[in-house]
Structures are given as C-alpha cells and as structure tokens.
Design a protein around this ligand. Structure first.
Ligand SMILES: [Zn+2]
Length: 149
C-alpha cells in the first residue's frame, strides 16, 4: 500500500463532493417529509394512523441521523485531502499510532533492515469508501468499542 497519488486524490475528492451534495439534498427532503408527517399528527384522530406516522417519523429520523454521520465523515475526508484534517488523507491514524508506539520502535530498532510500517488504507477500500477513516481491521475494532460503550 502506498500514499495516494495526486490524480487519485483528485478522483476521491470528486466522488466525495458529489456524495456530499446528494446526501445533503436527501437529508433536506427527508427532513421536510418528517416535518410534514409531524404536522399531520396534530390533525389525525385515528390512533392507528398516528402510530404509523410516529413509526415513519422515527424511521426517517434514524435515516437522517445516519446520513448526517456520513456527511460529517465526508467533510472530514475533504479536509484531509485539502491538508486541513487531523491526519493525512489515506492514512489509518490507528495504524500510525501503532507504528509509533514504543513497542514498534523497539522492534524496528532491533530489525537488521528498516521496517517499513504500512499506515496507508488499501486503495480498494478508498475506491469503495473514500471517506473511510480507518483500515478494515481498525474500523472493526472501532465499531466493537462503540457497541460496548
Ligand atoms: Zn489501521
């Protein structure tokens, strides 16, 4: 794995910008719909209908929340591409942390030839998920941590 080239960065950036625009549009129209549904609640007398509306609204709000999470990830990724992020675009910060840990440093010092630590997220993953923050291994451990928390 290696650092993404300028051309690749440009490509990811284009995808990210497009995704961001379409997600923002989605969230906007979903929000409108959810609001409309809540307006209707006030005038609906049938409990059954009300139940459905509440369910739809909850479902919609869940979707909005998910999409807002993705929008945040995309914005962060675009900042990283611009060099304004918390770390370099395409780097898995957890791999970087591991490679800089005292244990890894010691191992590198002991090795006869320099150990090239790989902190780059595989390109196949970025192609599929250009806003990925972590490599697959760390993404999974991150999600496990979140489930416990
Ligand atoms: Zn990693």
């Amino acid at each position: 794995m290696s650092k993404p080239t300028k051309t690749e960065l440009k490509k990811y950036q284009t995808i990210l910008v497009q995704q961001l625009a379409s997600l923002r549009g989605d969230v906007g129209s979903m929000r409108d719909e959810a609001l409309r549904a809540s307006d209707q609640d006030a005038s609906v007398d049938h409990l059954a209908d009300q139940g459905t509306d509440n369910y739809d609204q909850g479902f919609m709000l869940g979707l909005i929340e998910n999409e807002e999470e993705t929008i945040k990830l995309i914005e962060e990724a675009l900042d990283r591409i611009d060099g304004n992020g918390d770390w370099d675009y395409g780097v898995c910060p957890m791999c970087q942390e591991e490679s800089e840990s005292p244990k890894a440093q010691k191992k590198a010092a002991k090795a006869a030839k320099p150990v090239k630590t790989d902190v780059w997220i595989p390109k196949a993953r970025l192609e599929y998920l250009p806003w990925a923050r972590y490599c697959v291994r760390h993404q999974e451990s991150e999600e496990r941590n979140r489930e416990i928390a």
